[in-house]
Write a protein that binds this ligand. Structure first.
Ligand code: HSE
Length: 400
């Protein structure tokens, strides 16, 4: 029998406790043994909850209990999670975590310690919620050179953008709904400023390319500057708007960015709505593929954490499949990326801007007086910036 300790009884931790109990028989079959909860570590007493009889307040109780062979970390942040997880691994206990900040900052070190100790450090739930993307990358996409991983990796912002586009809802109102649904981070700045999907793409790229991608090296733009007027032009174009995190490997160079993009109906990410995530993976042999599913939420994320617990209890030794060294992977800037842009300019600038941006289309939206939207020709980010300064624009969105 495997005994489990859960660190942190928040949204995901309580989901893990529920899944372990709800699906105990299926988990036993797949793990080849019973998997039982023994401890829940939290500062609160969690009175009246299913965790009540398992509560401990001191990590030492878990560390010194040899019966506990699997630790689930769902505390979030790194202040306590990092030393606790490290101590658990050093004590010969396997760890499954949903904590992307922990994985992005300390993943290579924790993987190395796990390998040295002959235990597991698994982190499926850190990217894409319930979508088994990390397991797919390390076990299935093994025959290809991966040329691109791009996707919608944040449920909160996808939910906000979907509601703003389809229902004309106001930003603050939809953000509050996402918080109530338990999909937004405790501090939603990580969602809306794009840091959360940035961490996730850094983790996915590190797992694929075997070296450490630092999320601070990735150009990141969130959704906070997108206005209802910008969205009106996107709608007029019959397009959608998505916060896309992308990582590309071209020759011996690597390019990454997180930014909102206007996507047309021909793009597979166009129909990924609400809190759903999708990860587009292009391999040089397999071509285009896409993984789709619930990217956030209590039970969805708990499902991925418990799947890691099952893998550990079954003795599959999956950590040895993860090749993520502490060496840094150099990521190039975005200056030479080429694309079209959707720009808004005031009426007096339309003729000049049309010429300067080699615009292919002028868009007018009923009710928006004194301005117009232009779809520019394809140009580098650098060229666009120079021309935008020369003309003077109201706003711009990248197009895919
Ligand atoms: N805040 C995250 C999201 C939770 O909205 O996607 C899942 O990582």
């Amino acid at each position: 029998m495997s005994k489990v300790a859960v660190l942190g009884y928040g949204t995901i931790g309580s989901g893990v406790v529920e899944v372990l109990s709800m699906n105990a028989e299926r988990i036993r079959k797949n793990a080849g043994q019973n998997v039982r909860l023994k401890y829940v570590l939290d500062v609160k007493d969690c009175t009246g909850t299913p965790a009540e009889k398992y509560i401990v307040h001191d990590i030492e109780e878990i560390l010194k209990d040899d019966e506990v062979d699997i630790v689930v970390e769902t505390m979030g942040g790194v202040r306590f999670a990092y030393p606790f997880v490290k101590q658990c691994l050093m004590a010969g206990k396997s760890v499954a975590t949903s904590n992307k900040e922990l994985v992005e900052k300390h993943g290579p070190e924790l993987i190395r310690i796990a390998k040295e100790k002959g235990v597991d450090f698994l982190f499926e739930a850190s990217c894409g919620g319930g979508i088994p993307v990390i397991r797919a990358l390390v076990t299935a996409y093994t025959a290809d050179e991966i040329e691109e991983i791009s996707g919608i990796l944040n449920g909160t912002t996808n939910y906000i953008l979907t509601k703003m586009l389809n229902e004309g809802a106001a930003y603050e109102e939809v953000l509050a709904q996402a918080q109530e649904m338990g999909i937004a981070e405790q501090n939603p700045e990580a969602d809306v400023e794009g840091f959360d999907p940035c961490r996730k793409i850094a983790i996915l790229a590190s797992v694929v390319y075997g070296k450490n991608v630092n999320f601070e090296d990735i150009y990141t733009e969130g959704i906070t500057k997108i206005s209802e007027k910008d969205i009106a032009y996107v709608k007029k174009l019959g397009a959608s708007i998505k916060l896309i995190a992308s990582f590309r490997h071209v020759g011996d160079r690597y390019y990454a960015m997180v930014s909102p993009f206007v996507v047309g109906p021909e793009n597979p990410l166009y129909s990924v709505n609400d809190a759903y995530n999708a990860i587009f993976i292009h391999g040089n042999a397999v071509g285009d593929t896409m993984l789709y599913g619930s990217g956030a939420g209590m039970m969805q994320t708990a499902s991925a954490v418990v799947a890691d617990v099952v893998a550990i209890a079954a003795g599959r030794g999956e950590t040895r499949l993860i090749d993520w060294s502490e060496d840094k992977l150099k990521v190039d800037g975005i200056e030479s990326d080429r694309r079209s842009f959707l720009v808004r300019v005031s009426d007096d600038k339309v003729a000049e801007a049309k010429e300067i941006f080699c615009a292919s289309e002028i868009v007018r939206v009923d009710g928006l007086e004194g301005e117009a939207g232009l779809v520019t020709g394809v140009m580098t980010e650098d060229e666009f910036e120079k021309r935008a300064v020369q003309t003077g624009i109201i706003s711009r969105l990248r197009m895919r």
